[in-house]
Structures are given as C-alpha cells and as structure tokens.
Design a protein around this ligand. Sequence first.
Ligand SMILES: NC(=O)c1ccc[n+]([C@@H]2O[C@H](COP(=O)([O-])OP(=O)(O)OC[C@H]3O[C@@H](n4cnc5c(N)ncnc54)[C@H](OP(=O)(O)O)[C@@H]3O)[C@@H](O)[C@H]2O)c1
Length: 353
Amino acid sequence: MKHIEIVQIGIGHVGRAVAQIILEERKRWLDHNAIDVRYRAVADTSGALVGEELLPQAIRLKEEGGKLSEFGVEKTEDVLRSEPDSDTLRVVIDLAVHGGTHDLDILGAENGSYLVLSNKGPLSGSTAEYRRLTEMLPGRLWHEATVGAGIPIISTIEYLRASGDDILEIQASPSGTLGYIMSEVEGGSSFSGAVKKAVELHYAEPDPRDDLSGLDVARKAIILARKMGRDIEPEEIPYESLVPEGLEAVPLDEFMERLPEADEAFRKRLLAVEEHHMLRYLAKIPKEGEVEVGLKDTPVESPFGPINGPENVFDFHTRRYSDVTLTVAGPGAGPERTASGVVFDLLDIAHKI
Ligand SMILES: NC(=O)c1ccc[n+]([C@@H]2O[C@H](COP(=O)([O-])OP(=O)(O)OC[C@H]3O[C@@H](n4cnc5c(N)ncnc54)[C@H](OP(=O)(O)O)[C@@H]3O)[C@@H](O)[C@H]2O)c1
C-alpha cells in the first residue's frame, strides 16, 4: 500500500475541480491500485485548513467567495514545515496564481515533498528561481497542467527527450482565449465582438487584458524553452500585446466600452494577410535563437489553420519528426481539464515511487 498526503495550495476553480476528482475517485485508486490518498491541508490566501473533515464545506464556501479562515486556519508555512505521517509521502500541489507561492514550494521541497503545479508562476520567473526549484527537486517535480492544461505536452517533451530524439523547434498556439478570438475574427466577427464573446463564454479571464497582453503565452513559452533544455530569462522573450494602445490601464468597464475603437486597425491587419494564410497568435521556440511570441501570418495548411474555438495546438519539429511534424492538439483550458492534468501527475508519482 502506498500512502500519499496532499497539501494543496489554492482552492480556486482548478483547486476545487482537483479536490472533487480526488474525493470522488480515490476509493477506486485504493481498491484497484493500493494507492491511499488523503488531504493533510488545503490553503488559500488566508491560511491552511488542516484535515479533510471540512473539505466539502470548504469547497462550497470557496464557490461562494469566502475565505478558509472562516473555519479556523493554520499558517501554510507551518503545515509545510510539519512532518508527514510515517510511511507517507507528501505531495504539495500548487494551484495558486503567479509567483507568490515560489517560497512555499521551496519550503515543501526542503521537507522532502514532491511537487505538482498548474501554477506557471514558480517556473516562469528568473533562471535563478527556476534552478533553485528544479535542483532541489530532482525527480520530484511534476507540472503537466502548466502548459496545455490537460493535454499531454510536458510529458510529450519528456518522452521525446528520453527516447533520444532532439527537439529542434516547438511552434504552439497555447492560449485557448487567443485561439478562440482569432478564429472568431477569421469567421467575420469584429475584434471587440470576439473579445466580448470570449469573456461571456468564460474562455477569457474576467479582465481579458490578462490574456490579450500575451504574458500568459510568454510564460508558457519560457516553460517549454526550459523543458527543451534552454537557459533563458523572461526578459529575453518579447511578446506582442493585443491590448489597444491607451487602454492598458483604464478601468475594465471603460476598456470594454472603448474596445470597438480598435476594430478598424485589426480589420486592416487581417486584410493584409497573404492569400491562403491566417492570422494566429503563436509562440515559436527554437532549440537556439530567438523565441517569438505574437501574431503570425500562418498558412491555412499548417496545423494552426484549422483551429476552431479555444483549442490549443503544439507542433513539434524534431530530428525524427522532421519531414512530418508531431502535432498534439486539444482543449487547452478549463478547470476540469486542467484538474485532469494535475491528477495525472499525482497518480504518476504514486505509480513511480
Ligand atoms: N483555469 C484554467 O483553465 C487553467 C488552465 C491551466 C493552468 N491554470 C493555472 O492554474 C492556477 C489556478 O487557476 P484558477 O483558475 O483555479 O485560479 P483562481 O480561481 O484564481 O484560484 C487561485 C487560488 O489560489 C489561491 N492563492 C493565490 N495565492 C496564494 C498564496 N500565496 N497562498 C495560498 N493560496 C493562494 C487563491 O486564494 P484566495 O481564494 O484566497 O484568493 C485561490 O484559492 C493558475 O496559476 C492558472 O494560471 C488554470
């Protein structure tokens, strides 16, 4: 029997979906695979709720916008410093947002925990931060859901490298929101209409500038580049912002109201695209040389031509996949799909230890 205890940092959209899957499916893992999974704690920004008796109520409370401190919490740092039960492996699952949890992840690593992330922040900061984490966790770091949500991108890179192949370049459309917006615009929508629809369908962040700025794609590009073995700093990846000039800092209401001002310029840009080409927001990550993130005039016959809706597409050009590239595509966003990637990592750890 393998015993695993989870300390989960973040109980937002993805965090709740992960907890639901674990609570619903762990009996099957116990019965069929002799893997015993339970929660040591879940944490939000107010602290860590220890034990799992109140977890179902905590999920409901977080859905309603509450804070775990309403149940009584401990400091997350103290929980991470505590010893796991005997014969039990601790997995810290970081499902928070951006870089604020880097030190919490390090604390978990120092105590011998394994780490699973959907949070790109700790892996997309400076090289020094990245190295600190990866060197502390050799063989103990899993992060499938950071790129492509539930579709197997990180594991494809690992598989290609482990099989002795050499990845020469990855081209990707790794943002469901930008993929959706570009395919809508292609189909005749105005830029502002496509952005509004992406917000209504919850593809985009509540403030769509978080997606339109290109930073999310740049973060994914740096994670892919590092996974390919490159030493790279965030400043080395310039990214094109689709946020219209002058609307970067205005309140959200004003941004949405004034967005149609950008429609004409966007339409002209679309008209300038060559025949049999489409405009796509892509990341191009070569083995060496400049990483590019921005709008690209892309042939219709390329793997990025048929993108429809919030699909992600990753195209691997390798020594062995050179005449025909290896393409991995699928829905690259959404809490349940992202949670699948996280649970895949958790069970992969359980199978490998
Ligand atoms: N949603 C997707 O489709 C998707 C896909 C791939 C990857 N991801 C990544 O997965 C992560 C989670 O996404 P989400 O949609 O679940 O975000 P979310 O709904 O905003 O939830 C974030 C959670 O993290 C908690 N948190 C933030 N900073 C923290 C800290 N320093 N210590 C403890 N808890 C902290 C928040 O606590 P409070 O509730 O107290 O604020 C909240 O519970 C993000 O990094 C996102 O980029 C998401």
